[in-house]
Design a protein around this ligand. Structure first.
Ligand SMILES: CC(C)(COP(=O)(O)OP(=O)(O)OC[C@H]1O[C@@H](n2cnc3c(N)ncnc32)[C@H](O)[C@@H]1OP(=O)(O)O)[C@@H](O)C(=O)NCCC(=O)NCCS
Length: 252
């Protein structure tokens, strides 16, 4: 248990009464990636080049119109923003309608899955300020050789609970509570759970705008084992958004 300005902080298992706060925290944490992803994507040399070419075309087609040059450039930026928005919003809606729709059944009722929250305060005044979840995952192939690095997005959890690795997601700390080691404690909780269950490793996917998470994971001993740009969204949307998905793993 930790303290911030005399406010008690504790990590405990999720309870059904946390549902609303957990959902709000999850949605905020996904949406906060949209602008960083957009700015990162727009500053890529390919996109800068396209934006300049399109603006130039607008200028020429508009008969030396600066307004049209601006309009064409803004249209390109709007398209990139739409792609970034689509990827994160789509991911969020998909999780809300699948595992997050019934946390009790999907996490707590399965002994190889877990869901924890960080709670600030005591009794009626307490609120959820952080969360993390782990799903036991069965490997399709035995990974006896460490060179066999996973290049895909891990989504399938073991139906019968006989997981061999844990997949962590929804690692979030509410903005005012960041940089106080809560994220590290939640990660440690997930690692301890995986050790208790005898899992060989803990994995998670991090998108390129999540630089704080990358830094935390590296500090906690995770290593990057793959990088790809595929998302659940349409191939062209993923290509235009240029969001990299890094798979991070820690062997236990
Ligand atoms: C990532 C996140 C959970 C970190 O939580 P946190 O409580 O601030 O993390 P900690 O205080 O334990 O940070 C531990 C270390 O990680 C690194 N770190 C954390 N946030 C960082 C940031 N924004 N920028 C750079 N490094 C950061 C630092 O090295 C930090 O140690 P230090 O404070 O001594 O320098 C939090 O920023 C968050 O909720 N982000 C949005 C959601 C997200 O990206 N989740 C990851 C999903 S995979």
């Amino acid at each position: 248990m930790a303290q911030k300005n005399n406010i008690q902080l504790a990590i405990r298992e999720y309870r059904p009464s946390d549902q609303r706060m957990v959902t709000d925290l999850f949605c905020d944490s996904i949406r906060e990636n949209i602008y960083p992803a957009f700015f990162k994507s727009m500053s890529h040399s390919d996109h800068v080049g396209v934006a300049l070419s399109i603006s130039m075309a607008g200028y020429v087609l508009g008969g030396s119109s600066y307004f049209q040059a601006l309009l064409f450039g803004a249209a390109w930026a709007g398209l990139i923003y739409f792609c970034c928005h689509e990827i994160y919003e789509g991911y969020m809606l998909r999780r809300l309608s699948t595992d997050m729709a019934d946390i009790q059944a999907n996490y707590l009722d399965n002994p190889n899955n877990g869901f924890w929250v960080a709670e600030a305060g005591d009794g009626d005044l307490s609120k959820v300020v952080g969360m993390v979840m782990v799903r036991g995952q069965r490997r399709v192939e035995e990974d006896e050789h460490h060179g066999n690095l996973n290049g895909g997005m891990g989504t399938g959890s073991s139906a019968d609970g006989s997981g061999e690795s844990g997949e962590m997601s929804h690692l979030v700390v509410a903005f005012p509570w960041r940089r106080r080691k809560l994220g590290s404690q939640l990660t440690q909780r997930a690692l301890d759970f995986c050790k208790e269950r005898g899992f060989a490793r803990l994995i998670l996917d991090v998108s390129s705008p999540q630089t704080g998470a990358m830094s935390l994971l590296q500090k906690s001993g995770f290593i990057q084992t793959s990088l790809h740009t595929n998302t659940h969204a349409n191939r062209w949307i993923s290509k235009l958004a240029r969001i990299g998905v890094m798979r991070m793993e820690k062997f236990l």
